[in-house]
Design a protein around this ligand. Sequence first.
Ligand SMILES: Cc1cn([C@H]2C[C@H](O)[C@@H](COP(=O)(O)OP(=O)(O)O[C@H]3O[C@@H](C)C(=O)[C@@H](O)[C@H]3O)O2)c(=O)[nH]c1=O
Length: 180
Amino acid sequence: MIVTPTAIADVLVIEPNVFGDDRGFFFESFNHAKFEAAIGKPVKFVQDNHSKSAENVLRGMHYQIQQPQGKLVRVVQGIVFDVAVDIRKNSSTFGQWVGEILSAENKKQLWVPEGFAHGFVVLSKTAEFLYKTTDYYAPEFERCIAWNDPEIDIKWPINGAALLSAKDQLGKSFAEAEHF
Ligand SMILES: Cc1cn([C@H]2C[C@H](O)[C@@H](COP(=O)(O)OP(=O)(O)O[C@H]3O[C@@H](C)C(=O)[C@@H](O)[C@H]3O)O2)c(=O)[nH]c1=O
């Protein structure tokens, strides 16, 4: 597998070795030992999540202020633009974002560590999104930063209006939001 740091060093792009043959393909979508070697520390995932969304659906920018979740994300159908925002106050990249196209075809995964707000927008007709998390869902600690916060200024590659949940329409500004 190929591991490539992004502009924010702790956020990694992971590309598995894909073995294609006459039948189709095979790849290890997660290997604990190799993943720990990639991030350089022990990790324990406790939840696997799967969502499906229509084109222009934008979910984000989410985090849990307690029980923070590291997320290993990938796409098994369609194409998304996936984004991590560094909200660690002591980080040299505090307030910066990185984005990556993840698709069923490119099979890229993004490692979004604890301390980041995370979100994505769907660029295909539909997309199915899978992710592992290092802590359990805890709605009482769930927080949302507005996807279009001008200070963060994420350059979303979308045509048309983003489709948001009622909850995500109430996302806070980066300035107002709680940080780590
Ligand atoms: C995230 C989550 C949701 N749910 C439930 C709550 C709700 O009824 C329904 C849909 O929840 P949401 O609207 O919060 O789902 P969604 O907007 O897809 O939330 C997710 O967005 C992406 C960007 C992330 O980074 C995730 O961590 C998570 O916050 O599913 C769980 O039972 N467990 C979970 O882990």
